[in-house]
Design a protein around this ligand. Structure first.
Ligand code: HSE
Length: 408
């Protein structure tokens, strides 16, 4: 039996306004917004002032409100809101990926302790229905990997840079104006935002909680004109790819830019679109593509969670029961191309297996297999750009062996 839900919404930014519109346009969802809680009293609002409160308790302590929808920017404040809402007997819908990634285990425990549901489909790849599919559709398949484009802003920037030859700063500004980028856009371009989404997806894919600081993220902010030229000359494009794999009984995951052949399916995922490729032992490869950022697409994912609550839906975290806490590891070798101004900053001997390189236009370009941790170190150096090779040839390495290689 469907319930009629009363909602208290925190935030009236890009996603809050999107939710307001999609809820008004849909007829099937039995839910209405009672109040929006916002911070700024002086901002002009597009809806009547009677909708707004500036006091969180007006929502959190209102017994008539069944569901708290958390759509604010500040991850710490968001977690406090979610905790208080659940303690006060309310269900929660949130799209705050940073907050979720940083507190996922506590979020999981809160739901059990207070017997409430916290849903967050809108936090991972915007409008793509991935979490409920991982929970329900893939509940018995043995998933071996999940990977794809998990950030709309960087995909938008890379599309504009490649196809329209816009410069990076111009493309980033457009992504901000369109409401795709985070308030602090370095979260997008340095690969933190897709990493938060990957951490959440890993829990629903492999039943493991991974702290975001343990997942390596390399961004697109150091991609150079030389890299773009290399890509164009070799029929490649560049995408920021988030990926996680199960190899034997370990889970690996990282975010990094990658050269993608132009005939690869990911190359055709353009602008703010995201893509998620799930590979399972039985279903084999399946692909989801949809808008990963923007007011209405994310608002629609939030609305879908609200609709799910009218049917008393909750995540069961089925993979946690199935997987018995597999360890997460960064002990892996990957194939990458590094480029830097000519010199001996990095040499062929620094690679585990060197596969080739060239010099030209004052730049040096080296390709080979390298431990992921070392790649992260190189990515942190000035003027060094790190891009995964089209075939990354992922190879898990026992930790003991890797320590020797890293310190050699
Ligand atoms: N900044 C995010 C992105 C918004 O560009 O994907 C959606 O999570």
């Amino acid at each position: 039996m469907k319930k009629n839900l009363k909602l208290g919404v925190f935030g009236f930014g890009c996603v809050g306004q999107g939710l307001y519109h999609v809820l008004n346009e849909t007829h099937g969802v039995k839910a209405e917004i009672k109040k929006f809680c916002v911070k700024n009293r002086n901002k002009a609002r597009i809806i009547d002032a009677s909708y707004f409160t500036y006091n969180a308790d007006d929502i959190l302590n209102d017994p008539e409100i069944d569901v708290v929808v958390e759509l604010i920017d500040d991850a710490n404040a968001a977690f406090e809101i979610v905790k208080k809402a659940v303690e006060n007997g309310k269900h929660v819908v949130t799209a705050n990926k940073k907050m979720l990634a940083e507190h996922l285990e506590e979020i999981y425990e809160l739901q059990k302790t207070y017997d409430r549901s916290i849903l967050y489909e809108g936090a991972v790849c915007g409008s793509i229905p991935i979490l409920r599919n991982l929970e329900e559709y893939y509940d018995n398949d043995l998933i071996t990997s999940i990977e794809g484009i998990f950030n709309g802003s960087t995909n938008y920037i890379l599309t504009k840079v490649f196809e329209e030859r816009k410069n990076y700063a111009e493309a980033l500004k457009a992504a901000q104006e369109l409401g795709f980028a985070e308030t602090d856009p370095s979260l997008d371009v340095k690969g933190y935002d897709p990493k938060f989404k990957l951490a959440i997806a890993i829990t629903h894919t492999f039943g493991v909680f991974v702290r975001p600081e343990n997942i390596i993220n390399i961004g697109i902010d150091k991609i150079s004109a030389t890299d773009l030229k290399y890509a164009r000359e070799n029929n490649l494009t560049i995408k920021l790819v988030a990926r996680s794999y199960k190899i034997r009984d370990e889970i690996f995951g990282f975010v990094a830019p990658q050269y993608i052949p132009t005939d690869n399916m990911l190359a055709s995922v353009r602008n703010e679109y995201n893509a998620v490729l799930v590979e399972g032992a039985f279903a084999e490869k399946q692909v989801f593509i949809g808008k990963g950022a923007g007011s209405y697409p994310t608002g629609s994912a939030v609305l879908s969670d609200i609709s799910a609550l009218t049917f008393n839906y909750r995540y069961e975290y089925k993979k946690i029961a199935q997987n018995d806490g597999l360890p997460f590891s960064n002990n892996v070798l990957v194939d990458a191309v590094v480029s830097f101004p000519q010199g001996n900053l990095i040499t062929p001997q620094d690679f585990e297996t060197f596969k080739g390189g060239y010099q030209g236009g004052g730049f040096q370009n080296l390709h080979g297999s390298v431990p992921l941790e070392k790649l992260k170190e190189w990515a942190g150096w000035d003027n060094v750009s790190v891009i995964l090779a089209p075939e990354i040839n992922l190879k898990a390495v026992p930790a003991s062996e890797l320590v020797e290689r890293l310190t050699a």
